[in-house]
Design a binder for this molecule. Structure first.
Ligand SMILES: [Zn+2]
Length: 193
């Protein structure tokens, strides 16, 4: 703790890595990465307009790797030793700010899930996808996907809290305490990570 405005903002840098400039909440425009939209539409064999009608917009790649270089190097080494797809299974995309929904195309449909972030050290945020649901292709796919998405969003949204300082709606990984986000903890309470 410090009251002199001192900032050691490794954590802020990590936030930039996964959600854009500043903490991303003002920079993210909601449309998503055009290249990712094209990729997902192609994977699903539909146009972008159809894609966003079924799954929503805002898709970009889920950050897969820890932002801390030492930890990343360690995990890379471990991954090499194990010679197996362990921590980084890849292929997931996320939508929403904060991240709200995860999607990845699979051979016979899509998988949907809830993106959940966890700090593995100062400046190192890792993501995993929980509550995974496979929605197979078929005549009922769009309706089934919509139902799954509604359930997953309810689950994720229930974990969000408002920051008492910046009034942002924050996901758990953005919160220092139930009513203060990491950025405001640093900015207003002088908390150094
Ligand atoms: Zn805040």
């Amino acid at each position: 703790m410090s009251d002199d405005g001192q900032r050691s903002i490794d954590l802020g840098a990590a936030l930039e890595d996964w959600s854009g400039p500043d903490d991303g909440r003002t920079a993210y425009d909601g449309a998503g990465d055009p290249a990712v939209l094209d990729l997902l539409a192609a994977a699903r064999g539909v146009g972008v307009q159809r894609l966003v009608e079924v799954y929503g917009a805002g898709w970009r790649e889920l950050p897969r790797r820890p932002t801390d270089p030492d930890l990343r190097a360690g995990l890379d080494a471990l991954h090499d030793v194990l010679a197996a797809p362990t921590w980084d299974e890849g292929g997931w995309y996320v939508a929403g700010e904060p991240f709200q929904l995860a999607l990845r195309p699979v051979a016979d449909g899509v998988e949907l899930g809830v993106p959940v972030g966890g700090w593995t050290g100062a400046g190192s945020l890792e993501w995993e996808v929980r509550d995974r649901h496979h929605v197979p292709d078929g005549p009922d796919h769009d309706q089934a996907a919509g139902a799954v998405i509604a359930v997953l969003l309810r689950s994720r949204h229930r974990t969000f809290r408002w920051c008492r300082y910046c009034r942002s709606h924050c996901a758990p990984e953005q919160l220092l305490s139930p009513d203060t986000c990491h950025a405001c903890g640093t900015r207003w309470n002088g908390i150094v990570y």
